[in-house]
Ligand binder design. Structure first.
Ligand code: ZN
Length: 320
């Protein structure tokens, strides 16, 4: 592609925060979604942050805006204002007839299916703007150098190449990066040992636990004493108060509990022993993502600051 660079993802580097930032072209402080999960203040319970009502801003592009995703969980956040939308997890009959039965979510093929569906949708639905979300399953499971990951990237590349021959403008970016994790820090156990009360919310937690076992590099902490106790723990990289996170990370101050904790590069937060072997994300160390456009952006757009994944659609459409 003619324009390629590295871009910044929003922190915490999880799907719901970033998919909404990319699809609606705004910061989390504007759309309000701070994780895959949160401690819902309306009920006091741990809940998935995927209801459309939780998002202050959702993608609402002019014309026929269509959304295709692998995971059904994203349809609430991304598809609510779309002209048409579909997910491989619960595919509509017209797509099954055109592309074949959708493979399971926990597969490489589900992402390739959704790209095949995109090829069909471009001609059958004729959208003005089509947003396609694949999944990170393969990269949770395999190192980028492993044959499985390389084959997947080749297949993605081939599918994106076919799409690029059908449409005038195309952009590609990611919701977050991925890293190898070898150490687990059990924040709740550390608080219990210190005799400090507090609750820890795993930001990555979603319905698709085979991807990451809910182990990621970011957590919201409820209880300011707990936040202070966590500050000095080994494996903890950054501790943000809500006011600091609002200023420094563009997060909505009133949806962060008493603060955000980010892990060191090889560390995930969660219950259990200290040694792990998995690939995951969530921390500040998975915030660098690829960014490709079929045509270079305007000079004025580039001059506005570092490239962010949320710039993709405005730059694609030539918006200021
Ligand atoms: Zn993931």
């Amino acid at each position: 592609m003619p324009f390629r660079t590295l871009a910044r993802a929003q922190i915490p580097t999880v799907t719901n925060v970033n998919m909404l930032s990319v699809a609606a072209a705004c910061r989390p402080s504007e759309h309000g979604v701070t994780g895959n999960s949160w401690l819902d203040p309306r009920t006091g319970t741990l809940a998935y942050m995927e209801d459309a009502e939780l998002a202050w801003r959702r993608p609402s592009w002019e014309g026929r805006f269509a959304v295709l995703t692998v995971k059904a969980k994203l349809l609430g956040l991304l598809g609510a204002h779309a002209w048409r939308s579909a997910a491989a997890e619960c595919p509509p009959q017209d797509l099954v007839e055109a592309v074949g039965p959708a493979p399971p979510v926990y597969s490489a093929e589900s992402s390739l299916w959704v790209l095949e569906a995109a090829l069909h949708v471009l001609e059958a639905w004729r959208p003005d703007l089509l947003f396609v979300a694949t999944t990170d399953f393969v990269f949770h499971m395999h190192d980028p150098a492993a044959p499985e990951a390389r084959h997947f990237v080749e297949a993605l590349d081939e599918a994106i190449g076919r799409l690029s021959r059908l449409i005038a403008r195309l952009g590609v970016t990611a919701d977050h990066g991925m890293g190898a994790k070898t150490r687990r820090v059990d924040l709740e156990a550390a608080l219990a040992r210190a005799g400090v009360e507090g609750r820890v919310v795993p930001v990555i937690r979603d319905r698709y636990t085979r991807h990451h076992e809910n182990l990621g590099g970011a957590a919201y902490v409820h209880g300011w004493e707990a936040l202070e106790a966590i500050r000095g723990l080994h494996g903890v990289d950054q501790v943000w108060t809500p006011a600091d996170a609002a200023f420094g990370l563009d997060l909505p101050e009133d949806r962060l509990g008493d603060g955000l904790v980010l892990a060191q590069p090889h560390v995930v937060f969660g219950a259990g022993g200290p040694s792990v072997a998995l690939r995951s994300h969530g921390s500040a160390h998975e915030a660098e993502v690829p960014f490709f456009l079929s045509a270079p952006p305007a000079e004025t757009a580039r001059a506005a600051g570092p490239v962010a994944n949320r710039d993709l659609i405005p730059w694609l459409l030539g918006l200021p």
